[in-house]
Design a protein. Structure first.
Length: 417
């Protein structure tokens, strides 16, 4: 079997790139895989995943006929622009890591040569409403919230031969946009620590990072944006800090929420207890992940995404606090702690943190549940087999959607498949 796989790869800063790099060697054990990705990023060379061949995206045109299945890994950020264009020109299996594509496409506003694409998509997908949105954008009076309300995903979704998502929630949302395209749910795999980090203990991780060995450590990982509720994270941590003075919050990743974050931290009197690391590579991310006791990962509004860092958190056996919304809501109650978006999120985060800090038995129970869930439902080998199953269906009749069967037969539940 020959598979074409469109996705950025490390060191391009995309969580989907890390996702692909980890999963591809397992898929390559049973198939020939060509990965279409830019060959470099800011002067750094992109390396092919073990067992695969790296190909320039522009070379696909001349070799497209040789593939049994083509996967387009779509993410809602500019590093996936080449994937989106490929999915439009040569429809295949669209893997929506985010249901919302609007943020990716709105990047065209700053690129005069590509701006027409954004204009045409808004008009074609939303008609008169799209024209009104376009006028708002041109006057710079639009907000990010409209991007969640108008996801700009229909053009690629309706042309796809099949769609892969990571949650039932995302499957339902994309299914409403493209009701005649088969939708398959493949959970976001849990990944694995790099070999250099695999055997690092919590104590060793703290020692290497210069963090206190006995303190209660809370982590927030990945790009910090406004939908990740930084106020709830900071204020929830402040409640913990009032009960446990030695507690620390580690914000590991680039701050994209605006300049008010440091002011918020200062206003709460937390400057000495909050570490802002900025962007870190995958090795250092795992070092921090192994060091913490709890990870807070909130999302509202949701772009229909599943959290790769959340999956890694479960695999490492760390307590995860999430919103009871979208893909996060599908985690079992004994695996994560949940926060309701229509309640006082700061209070709920604080209560969860305090409960874990003062109840070691509860902490151990949730940690054990997280590891078990990651080992079974989120097992990378299992997820690779599900991708290969989709590729087999595509190969059966390359030019017919009938290969995937009726929609009701193609949904693979993460908990039962």
């Amino acid at each position: 079997m020959r598979i074409a796989w469109f996705s950025p790869l490390p060191p391009i800063p995309s969580g989907i790139g890390d996702y692909s790099f980890e999963l591809l060697p397992l898929i390559a054990e049973l198939a020939s895989v060509d990965v279409f990705s830019p060959a470099s990023w800011r002067g750094a060379r992109v390396e092919a995943a073990p067992g695969t061949a790296l190909c320039p995206p522009e070379s696909f045109e001349e070799r497209s006929a040789v593939y049994d299945a083509v996967f387009h890994h779509l993410g809602n950020n500019p590093h996936h622009d080449f994937v989106y264009d490929a999915a439009r020109r040569h429809p295949g299996i669209a893997v929506f890591h985010d249901v919302v594509m609007h943020h990716l496409l709105a990047d065209d506003l700053g690129k005069p040569r590509k701006r027409r694409r954004y204009d045409d998509l808004l008009r074609s997908e939303y008609g008169d409403t799209g024209e009104q949105l376009l006028q708002l954008a041109r006057r710079s009076v639009n907000t990010d919230f409209e991007k969640f309300l108008f996801p700009l995903n229909a053009t690629v979704a309706r042309r796809a031969t099949a769609i892969v998502v990571h949650s039932e929630d995302a499957g339902q949302r994309i299914g409403e946009v493209a009701p005649h395209v088969p939708v398959i749910v493949i959970p976001h795999h849990a990944g694995a620590a790099p070999p250099s980090m695999a055997d690092v203990s919590r104590v060793e991780a703290r020692d290497r990072l210069g963090l206190p060995l006995e303190a209660f450590l809370v982590g927030h990982f990945g790009f910090l944006t406004r939908p990740k509720q930084p106020v709830a994270v900071i204020d929830g941590f402040a409640r913990l800090k009032a009960r446990f003075p030695d507690a620390r919050l580690l914000v590991v990743g680039q701050n994209e929420s605006g300049p008010g974050l440091t002011q918020l931290i200062d206003d709460r009197g937390l400057a000495a207890s909050v570490d802002l690391t900025g962007y870190v590579d995958i090795d250092r991310l795992y070092l921090y992940l192994k060091a913490v006791d709890v990870v807070v990962s909130l999302r509202y509004p949701s772009a229909g995404e599943s959290s790769g860092t959340g999956a890694r958190t479960l695999a490492e056996g760390r307590v995860l606090i999430v919103n009871d919304l979208g893909a996060f809501a599908e985690f079992p109650a004994d695996v994560v702690l949940k926060v309701e978006v229509d309640g006082d999120q700061s209070q709920q985060v604080g209560e969860h943190l305090i409960a874990i800090a003062q109840n070691p038995d509860l902490k151990r129970t949730i940690e054990d549940g997280a590891r078990a869930y990651a080992r079974t439902v989120l097992d990378p080998a299992r997820c690779a087999r599900l991708y290969l199953d989709v590729a087999d269906r595509a190969r059966a009749t390359r030019d017919s959607r009938d290969a995937f069967g009726p929609l009701g037969d193609t949904r693979l539940s993460p908990s039962t498949a």
